[in-house]
Design a protein around this ligand. Structure first.
Ligand SMILES: [Zn+2]
Ligand SMILES: [Zn+2]
Length: 394
């Protein structure tokens, strides 16, 4: 049956392209994916599925259930980025948002998997749950869907997702399965306001200069990575924005700093979330100022579980051949972490255009283009992943 999926999916290619282009041309951002969700819901219902909205603009449906067994979840995110499209394609979006991360592919591929699985529904040894998720880019959607019960009724036993990738030498359709362990970074943010005392630039002693404080703080925070984190641990602490002052001879009252923290190790994440406010407050105090610190929780690390990665690797390799392993950790984040925190899961990558064929730009670039030939492989890949795990875990 699994080999048939790969062949059947090729017949779906034109339909997959039309779904993908429709979604691409009508991008929606964050949790506001109302039309995208309605489109997906309507397509699923045309296929004969009962559907449900989850967390407002998420959509779910279930295939199988005639034979008893476990429940496997496959997830595709459906949101776009607030980026104006500059790609030279005929189905370019014009509303100021863009599917620059390829989530239009994930949505179309997961719909394709639903169509493939419907034809063999009676033979599914258990249930396959589809998770069409909004708001991946702002890391809110998976959390909202988990809180709204996507992992319950029926209870999900394991899960998988695909993300498309461009700009690497891997031929289109190559599937990358990570080695067990973490594959994306945990991501948090922080906002710091330094409160000093404004005054005349000629009389600094009568002021508390927040710009001086923020300069020391910037350097102090960089020492965390250098002096307090083990050399084999990976951390990125970036301060992407510092603001304060209006002109050269006035000391301002306040200055602000905004940064992001990426970690892989759970304990390191907790440790740095404590150290950043401590350092900000003590540096501010050293120079007679005050620091107001807000730590904002982003998302945890996506953890790939051996009980999912290994059987999926074997099955996908058997069906598609073009499957490779990787132990590379990406610096990006992925809110599928909210799923992989609760059930054994894997985050798989699929090449949607290789750099040698001209697909040189990475995702998120306003000019990025993707190779649509990946669509049928991705649709079949989702179906094979789900079915093979259920067959091996009866
Ligand atoms: Zn993205
Ligand atoms: Zn993405």
């Amino acid at each position: 049956m699994m080999k048939t999926f790969a062949e059947d999916a090729e017949f779906l290619q034109d339909e997959l392209v039309s779904w993908r282009r429709h979604i691409h041309q009508n991008p929606e951002v964050g949790m506001d994916t109302h039309n995208t969700a309605a489109f997906i819901k309507a397509k699923l219902e045309e296929m004969g599925y009962e559907t449900k909205y989850v967390a407002g603009t998420g959509v779910t449906a279930i295939a199988g259930g005639k034979k008893s067994g476990k429940c496997f979840l496959i997830r595709g995110d459906i949101d776009a980025l607030p980026v104006t499209e500059e790609a030279d394609v005929e189905f370019k979006s014009t509303n100021g948002a863009m599917h620059a991360c390829g989530h239009d592919f994930h949505a179309a591929m997961l719909l394709g998997a639903a169509k493939l699985l419907k034809a063999y529904e009676d033979e599914i040894p258990g249930q396959i749950k589809f998770m069409f998720q909004p708001a991946e880019e702002n890391l809110k959607g998976a959390k909202a869907m988990v809180e709204d019960g996507i992992l319950e009724n029926p209870k999900v036993d394991a899960a998988a997702m695909f993300h498309v990738m461009t700009g690497t030498p891997l031929p289109t359709g190559t599937i990358v399965i990570p080695n067990p362990g973490p594959s994306t970074a945990a991501s948090d943010w922080f906002d710091i306001v330094i409160k000093g005392k404004g005054g005349h630039g000629a009389m600094p002693h009568k002021s508390v200069d927040p710009l001086n404080v923020i300069s020391h703080l910037h350097l102090a925070l960089q020492e965390l990575n250098s002096r307090e984190i083990a050399p084999d641990d990976i951390v990125a602490l970036t301060i992407g924005m510092m603001k304060g002052g209006t002109t050269s001879n006035v000391i301002p009252d306040t200055a602000e700093m905004h940064g992001t923290l990426r970690t892989y190790d759970k304990e390191t994440r907790v440790y740095l979330n404590e150290r950043i406010p401590q350092i900000a407050k003590s540096v501010a105090q050293t120079f007679r100022a005050e620091a107001e610190v807000t730590m904002i929780e982003g998302t945890a690390t996506v953890t790939n579980d051996a009980t999912v990665t290994e059987p999926l690797y074997e099955s996908l390799k058997e069906v598609f051949g073009n499957v490779v392993r990787s132990d590379q950790r990406g610096g990006g984040s992925e809110d599928f972490a909210y799923v992989s925190d609760k059930v054994p899961a894997v985050m798989m990558i699929i090449s949607a255009g290789n750099s040698m064929d001209g697909y040189t730009l990475p995702v998120h670039h306003p000019k990025v283009v993707f190779d649509e030939n990946v669509l049928s492989v991705g649709a079949a890949g989702y179906a094979v992943a789900a079915l093979s795990w259920l067959s091996k875990n009866q």
